[in-house]
Ligand binder design. Structure first.
Ligand code: NAD
Length: 269
C-alpha cells in the first residue's frame, strides 16, 4: 500500500473536511497515500462518506467531530488523532465561514464568530500540531520535515472586500499568522504555508456561480475564464504537504485563475 505515493506513511488532519474544499483536500491527500483525520462540526454522515472514499483509495481515515474554535475540542481531536494514527505529520487548516454585512450593520456576534473560526481556530489547531511536530521531530523515512501546516486563506488576504470586513480581516490575519509561524518554526524543520484560493465552486459561495448571470459576472474577475474546482486546491495542497516543496516556507500560493492580477486593467484600466 502507498508505495510511490508522495505522502505514503504520513498522517494528515484536515479541518472542515466534510464539504467543499476541505473534502477535496482530504480525498486528494488520501489518494496521495496519507492517512487522514476528517474533521467536521456538523454533518457526520457527510464526514463518514469522505472517510469511506479515502479508505476505498487505499489509505486509512477517521472522522472526528470538533468545533475548531473551542480549545478543549481541538485538543481532544488531536489526542484522538494521535491515539489512532500514532502522530500527525500534516495539518490543513481549512475550516472557515462567512457572515456578511455592511460594517454599520455588522453585529459583534457576527464579527466574533468569523474571527473565532477563521483565525483563532487556525491558531488553536496549529498550536496542537506544532506541539506534536516538536515532540516527534524529523523521521527521515517519512518526510524531510518534522511537520507541514497548510493554511486555507483567500485572495481576500490581499483584496479588500466591501461588506465582508470580518472575513477579510480574518484572512489578512491568517496571512501574518502563517508567515510568523513559518519564521518561528523553520529551525524545527516545520514548514507553514498558505493557499489563497480565488473563486472555487463550493457551498460557501453558491450565489456567485449557481445562475448564468452570476457566473458571467464572476468570470469578469477571473482572467483564466473559469471558476476553480475544489480539486484544483486539493492538488496544490498535496504539493505543499509533500517533500516536493521541501524548500518552500512562508508563502501564500494564489490558486485563483489570475483573480489577483487586477483583471480590470486587462481592458485598459
Ligand atoms: P464550505 O462551506 O463548503 O466548507 C467549510 C467547512 O468548514 C465546512 O465543512 C464547515 O462545516 C466547516 N466549519 C465551519 N465552521 C467550523 C467549525 N467551527 N469547526 C469545524 N469546522 C467548521 O466552504 P469552502 O469553500 O469549502 O471553504 C473552505 C475554506 O476555503 C474556508 O476557509 C474558506 O474561507 C476558504 N476559501 C474558499 C473560497 C471559495 O471560493 N470557495 C475562496 C477562498 C477561500
Amino acid at each position: 500500500m502507498g508505495q510511490g505515493k508522495p505522502l505514503a506513511g504520513q498522517k494528515a488532519l484536515v479541518t472542515g473536511a466534510n464539504s467543499g474544499i476541505g473534502k477535496a483536500v482530504a480525498i486528494a491527500l488520501g489518494e496521495a497515500g496519507a492517512d487522514v483525520v476528517v474533521n467536521y462540526r456538523d454533518g457526520e454522515d457527510k464526514a463518514v462518506e469522505v472517510a469511506d472514499q479515502i479508505v476505498r483509495s487505499g489509505s486509512r481515515a477517521l472522522a472526528v467531530r470538533a468545533d475548531i474554535s473551542v480549545e478543549s475540542e481541538v485538543s481532544d481531536m488531536f489526542r484522538r488523532a494521535i491515539e489512532h494514527f500514532g502522530t500527525v505529520d500534516i495539518l490543513v487548516n481549512n475550516a472557515g465561514l462567512q457572515s456578511d454585512a455592511p460594517v454599520d450593520q455588522m453585529s459583534l456576534a457576527q464579527w466574533n464568530k468569523v474571527i473565532s473560526v477563521n483565525l483563532t481556530g487556525q491558531f488553536l489547531c496549529a498550536r496542537e500540531a506544532v506541539r506534536e511536530f516538536k515532540r516527534r521531530g524529523v523521521v527521515p523515512s517519512v518526510s524531510r520535515a518534522a511537520g507541514k501546516i497548510v493554511c486555507m486563506s483567500s485572495v481576500h488576504d490581499r483584496i479588500p472586500w466591501a461588506g465582508h470586513a470580518n472575513y477579510a480581516a480574518s484572512k489578512g490575519g491568517v496571512m501574518l499568522l502563517m508567515k510568523t509561524l513559518a519564521q518561528e518554526l523553520a529551525p524545527f524543520k516545520i514548514r507553514v504555508n498558505s493557499i489563497s484560493p480565488g473563486a472555487i465552486r463550493t457551498p460557501i459561495n453558491t450565489s456567485a456561480w449557481s445562475t448564468q448571470e452570476a457566473l458571467a459576472s464572476l468570470l469578469t474577475l477571473i482572467p483564466y475564464g473559469r471558476i476553480g474546482e475544489p480539486e484544483d486546491i486539493g492538488k496544490a495542497t498535496v504539493w505543499l504537504a509533500s517533500d516536493d516543496s521541501d524548500y518552500v516556507n512562508g508563502i501564500s500560493l494564489y490558486v485563483d485563475g489570475g483573480m489577483t492580477l487586477y483583471p480590470e486593467f486587462a481592458r485598459g484600466g
